[in-house]
Design a protein around this ligand. Structure first.
Ligand code: SF4
Length: 537
């Protein structure tokens, strides 16, 4: 089984030898892609299949090399997309009949309810080892969402639902203090190639539209945004001067730009203002979008526009097939606030809004906590499932302790594993920089690895079809001390290989590692069971 290197396709084809630009880190052309796909089909190794199962890309996705400048004019279109992943299933390469779609259905949910199997459902069914009829049924019931804006044609669709593989989301985007869009694009590339299924662009500075459009024109994973962040930036006006119509127009803009899901903090109302004052939470509201909506309501005296005009927003989402991710403004920001009246009261409203969105055939995900003690995580999932009728639950963490800044990717992975094993469908990654700073490229990597471990551990626990296959392969590889095979099964092969290579055993027993050397239990057992002499000194 081949090892993994930066310059050579892990499936054995050398792009440099074939004259590909991918070998020097540039975007490859369609011949390259065809070649890679042919190679993938031909090789069909267990490791390749396993990597696809984990959704980690065997072949690196590379965005167009053009740089994104925040000075670029609003509305500037990105060049035609080039999507490159190892997965063979592409929305724009299948019978994605835009015309037929417009005539027969609007959203994935509309199609499912009409008994139509969409190309996106076919792709999801193949990836998840499910039948198309199962996927259609779950989409019709709202238990699975396939966020797939009709304008995001290079999307490699994913299903989000507790009976499917747990998906992970990566948050990024520029801020006033870190405004380099090219660094954000590096994070996107890293995230996509490490297997993130979604990117949320939370940019809150400068001209946000070119970056957003670059994502939806080139990036094969689901793209999400939080329009309320962008409202202030888009209009370059103080929050209090914005009108309800301004907010709605930004939702429409993001929908037209091809965003697959939007987080809308619809669940807080003027009643929430009283609740927050009355119940004296330790951390009040820690959701950025939630705090903006709360601040706008407080300053204007008006009702939450995302709640008041929810049906109009649903119509926009239905037109473009945008999934609504119902934001949890009152998610607990510390353990003391977990599962309190503010959180549960908002959840009840999110349950009502779920029904209203479904009435428009708009798909829904429901966002959840937050900081939650480990013993309350499973109960939170059960309550959400019951109140929101099985709509996919999208959790931020949950972080199971408040005292680990610098290590919150670990506190979130612990909570995320328990949450996903108990029914959460979608994990928002948390990086070591959480609560401290905007994550850098290395923080993003650490956050993704931690989330992927949590998601995978939960999938094994839930008995998701074939989830454990790769662990069984790893066990086989470890038993025979096949290091290349172990790297091929590893979630992060480069790190695993680098650690081993830097600390190889000194003597001529390179089949072991430097932890035990000739005391290697695996080596001793293999030799003992084969009737061989076991030399230790
Ligand atoms: S040397 Fe020890 S740690 Fe290394 S492979 Fe053998 S048993 Fe495992």
């Amino acid at each position: 089984m081949p090892g993994v290197s930066r310059s050579k396709c892990p499936l054995g084809w050398d792009p440099a030898a074939a004259g590909s630009r991918a070998g020097d880190g540039m975007a490859c052309n369609s011949n390259d892609r065809r070649q890679w796909r042919k190679q993938e089909v031909a090789v069909g190794t267990a490791a390749s299949r396993m990597r696809v199962l984990l959704n980690a890309r065997s072949i690196r996705w590379v965005p167009q090399p053009e740089l994104v400048s925040e000075e670029k004019a609003p509305g500037t279109q990105a060049p035609p997309h080039q999507c490159m992943t190892s997965t063979l299933l592409f929305r724009d390469k299948l019978s994605f009949g835009g015309t037929q779609r417009m005539q027969t259905y609007t959203t994935q949910m509309d199609a499912a309810r009409k008994g139509i199997i969409t190309p996106e459902m076919e792709i999801v069914a193949k990836k998840e080892y499910r039948t198309t009829e199962e996927i259609r049924q779950w989409v019709a019931e709202g238990k699975v969402a396939i966020p797939a804006n009709k304008h995001h044609t290079c999307l490699n669709p994913e299903g989000v639902g507790s009976m499917l593989r747990t998906k992970i989301n990566v948050n990024l985007g520029v801020s006033r203090d870190c405004k380099d869009y090219n660094i954000e694009m590096q994070k996107v590339m890293s995230a996509v190639n490490m297997g993130a299924e979604a990117i949320m662009d939370l940019s809150s500075h400068g001209n946000t539209q070119p970056f957003r459009q670059k994502l939806t024109h080139e990036c094969p994973v689901m793209i999400g945004t939080v329009p309320v962040y962008d409202s202030v930036i888009h209009y370059q006006r103080d929050l209090a001067t914005l009108t309800a119509q301004d907010f709605i127009d930004v939702v429409r803009l993001h929908a037209e730009d091809g965003v697959d899901f939007v987080t809308l903090h619809c669940g807080i109302t003027r009643k929430t203002i009283e609740q927050i004052r009355k119940h004296k939470r330790k951390m009040n509201i820690v959701s950025r979008g939630g705090s903006l909506v709360f601040a706008w309501m407080s300053m204007t005296g008006n009702e939450n526009p995302f709640y008041e005009h929810f049906d109009e927003i649903c119509e926009i989402c239905a037109e473009h097939d945008v999934t609504i991710s119902l934001g949890d403004a009152c998610r607990p920001g510390c353990l003391a606030d977990a599962t309190d009246v503010c959180q549960i009261e908002e959840l009840v409203r999110l349950g009502e809004l779920t029904k209203r969105a479904w009435a428009h055939n708009v798909q829904v995900m429901v966002e959840g906590p937050g900081h939650v003690p480990l013993n309350q995580v499973a109960a939170n999932m059960e309550v959400q499932k019951s109140i929101c009728m099985g709509a996919p639950f999208y959790v931020l963490g949950p972080l199971v302790t408040d005292i680990a800044p610098g290590y919150d990717h670990i506190t979130a992975a612990i909570g995320g594993a328990v949450a996903a094993a108990s029914g959460a469908a979608f994990l928002c990654y948390v990086t070591p920089a959480e609560h401290l700073a905007l994550p850098n490229v290395e923080d993003v990597k650490q956050g993704i690895v931690a989330s992927k471990i949590a998601a995978h551990a939960a999938d094994i626990a839930k008995g998701i079809p074939h989830a454990r296959d790769i662990d069984d392969k790893m066990g086989d590889a470890r038993r025979v001390l096949d290091w290349d095979a172990q790297f091929a099964c590893a979630l992060d092969p480069e790190t695993a290989k680098a650690i081993r290579d830097a600390r190889l055993p000194e003597d001529d027993h390179s089949d072991t590692c430097s932890m035990c050397g000739k005391f290697c239990a695996v080596r001793s057992m293999n030799k003992a069971l084969a009737g061989e002499y076991i030399d230790i000194l």
